[in-house]
Design a protein around this ligand. Structure first.
Ligand code: F0G
Length: 456
């Protein structure tokens, strides 16, 4: 993004050693792992960009809060401190902690969905989609057209197609118990949703008497984009409050923008729905004042929610992602534009035009990047898409992407320089990169445990 500072707004007090192996060692390690980065041991990874979920560094205040944790089964002080932070930062009076984001989805959807229902979203994240389907309901993605164009520089590519939402609610509204918007839109590349778009979605929901829920995993990153690109008259905490004021509730993976290693929550306004969700939370997660977490985890979340809306933190955070994107763009590396909040995505079909889609170009690139730089990334392409259950054919992805997700407060600028250099080195020798084929293909969620061999 536009001229963000990349000087780290923190200094380092605790260090976690990481090991640099050699290219030769890594060739052996990835072969042993069946050319699947998920099957590597993390100690054999130098820079881990697999995900930004639960992989960030907590602050000294969060670690201090951990010592304050109250481990009472019911009504702990930690719960009330979390409740206060949620009310202060997000403006919701009711909160149910859960052990992570998908657990919040499980509890909310058990309360609100039944077989035959339809759930519109700008774009469902995988676990959200799976939980909707688990209830026998159907998902509909209504992302705006620009969101599907890798090269479009639209500032809010996470926006919902509001005309399509209005049409859906007019034609099939009876089947829709709630509308969701994911901020930022992870499956669309970490792209933000504008305040104007959210306001319009709210208006449409009101017209059709539907509740609106946000999947708020990266709410603060979304708010920062709004502050920079749309509403410079507001502060980030004000943008957050406005975003949240448009929603009836949220599900949230706290492993992203609550700056913790584990945790999630549902936050709500409606007392009756809160009671209903609490009952399911007891069954799935634990008593509603701890929700599958330790008291100390709740305290770390409370503190994280206050820290994440700090504009200095966010400018550096988004600045790191933009910095990495700038280094790659300068060298001509094809990336998804503009870069999103938490990751840079390489466009593998343009990067490796010689590797056909059935030889999994983005996967091949992830193997190459590990060998070259000890960097672990994740394929968002055809291996992830799986097979079409009706035809048995690969469900070819619209875009073959490689996600370089940046953990929060974890790596320095010199780490990012190493990432950029490694990607650029692979790009310069891209003609030598070969595709891969399966040697073992699991029937479902194949990317996690599949094994491959490189093609000659
Ligand atoms: N919603 C969004 C938008 C997410 O990105 C995730 C997780 C979840 C829900 C589920 O939360 O993992 O705490 O159960 N995204 C991670 C990722 C896994 O790598 O993007 P969870």
């Amino acid at each position: 993004m536009e001229n963000l500072p990349i000087l780290e707004p923190y200094r380092i007090k605790v260090v976690e050693p990481v090991r640099q192996s050699t290219v030769e060692e890594r060739r052996g390690l990835i072969a042993e792992a069946g050319y699947n980065p998920f099957l590597l041991r993390s100690e054999d990874v130098f820079i881990d960009l697999l995900t930004d979920s639960g992989t960030g560094a907590m602050s000294q205040r969060q670690w201090g809060a951990v010592m304050d944790g109250d481990e009472a089964y019911a009504g702990s002080r930690s719960f009330y401190r979390l409740k206060e932070a949620v009310e202060e930062v997000l403006g919701f009076p009711c909160v149910i902690p859960t052990h992570q984001g998908r657990a919040a989805e499980h509890v909310l959807f058990t309360s609100m969905l039944k077989a035959g229902d339809l759930v519109p979203n700008n774009m469902h994240f995988d676990t959200t989609k799976a939980h909707v389907q688990h209830r026998g309901a159907e998902t509909v993605d209504l992302l705006c057209p620009e969101g599907y164009e890798a090269a479009s520089a639209h500032p809010f590519k996470g926006n919902m197609d509001t005309a399509a939402l209005d049409r859906l609610l007019t034609e099939r509204g009876k089947r829709v118990p709630l509308v969701m918007v994911t901020v930022t839109c992870n499956s669309g590349g970490g792209q933000p949703v504008s305040l104007e778009n959210l306001t319009e979605v709210r208006r449409i929901c009101d017209r059709h008497s539907k509740p609106l829920f946000l999947d708020a995993a990266r709410f603060a990153e979304n708010a920062f984009f709004i502050q920079r690109r749309e509403r410079p008259d507001l502060s980030v905490p004000e943008v957050v409050r406005q975003m949240m004021s448009l929603a009836d509730g949220i599900t949230m993976s706290a492993k992203k923008d609550a700056l913790v290693n584990i945790g999630g929550m549902i936050a709500l306004r409606d007392e009756a729905l809160y009671r209903e969700c609490s009952n399911w939370a007891i069954l799935f997660e634990g008593f509603p004042t701890y929700g599958g977490l330790a008291g100390r985890d709740l305290d770390a979340m409370a503190q994280g929610l206050r820290e994440v809306v700090d504009v200095g933190y966010l400018a550096h955070r988004l600045g790191q992602v933009a910095y990495l994107a700038d280094r790659l763009r300068e060298a001509g590396v094809p990336i998804v534009e503009p870069p999103g909040g938490h990751a840079v995505y390489l466009d593998a079909r343009r990067f490796l035009p010689n590797v056909p889609q059935d030889q999994f170009p983005a996967w091949a690139l992830s193997v190459e990047l590990y060998i070259k730089g000890g960097i672990r990334t994740v394929e968002i392409g055809t291996v992830l898409s799986g097979r079409n259950p009706a035809t048995g054919e690969h469900d070819y992805a619209r875009l073959e992407l490689l996600r370089l997700a940046v953990p929060r407060r974890t790596y320095t600028q010199s780490h990012l320089d190493w990432v950029a250099k490694s990607v650029i080195d692979v790009y310069r020798r891209r003609d030598e990169v070969r595709g891969v084929r399966f040697t073992y293909e699991p029937p479902v969620l194949r990317h996690f445990t599949a094994r491959f061999e490189p093609l000659a």
